[in-house]
Design a protein around this ligand. Structure first.
Ligand SMILES: [Zn+2]
Ligand SMILES: [Zn+2]
Length: 148
């Protein structure tokens, strides 16, 4: 028996594979993908929008967007397929965020880095995601006593 995990889609417990979803959801997604693939393989459907694909194939819009984000549906082949930027909601050709947001993020990153460094100096262990030993606070209290 392999490691157990919760399916990223339905939440069911399943034996972990390289997939982040369970077999049932995986099969369902594959069936959806085939339906989209079949639909888009017809020449007259190439220019279909996300909404049209959804209506014709009954695949949830979210799933279609997921296929686009994962690069399974290649946007250069289907010029009318677009997904909203995860940051600003503007449509973007592939990727999770639009190019305007990427350049903004790059600018912001340098600034955030500097701010984080300052914070780290002031509150070295106050970052929520930093793993710290459970007895850290105790040690700090004890450590303070050491210097007296
Ligand atoms: Zn599932
Ligand atoms: Zn954006």
């Amino acid at each position: 028996m392999g490691e157990l995990a919760n399916c990223g889609r339905c939440g069911k417990v399943y034996v972990k594979t390289i997939q982040t979803i369970c077999q049932d959801c995986y099969k369902e997604e594959e069936a959806w993908f085939k339906a989209i693939d079949r639909f888009l393989s017809k020449k007259e459907n190439r220019a279909a929008s996300l909404e049209e694909i959804h209506q014709e194939t009954e695949v949830p819009v979210k799933i279609i967007q997921q296929f686009i984000r994962k690069g399974r549906l290649l946007l250069q082949h289907f010029p009318h397929l677009k997904v909203p930027c995860e940051r600003c909601g503007e449509t973007t050709q592939g990727g999770r965020i639009c190019s305007a947001c990427i350049s903004q993020l790059k600018k912001g990153l340098a600034k955030a880095d500097r701010e984080q460094q300052v914070q780290r100096k002031q509150h070295p262990f106050d970052e929520p995601n930093v793993e710290r030993p459970p007895d850290y606070r105790l040690k700090r209290i004890l450590g303070q006593n050491d210097h007296q």
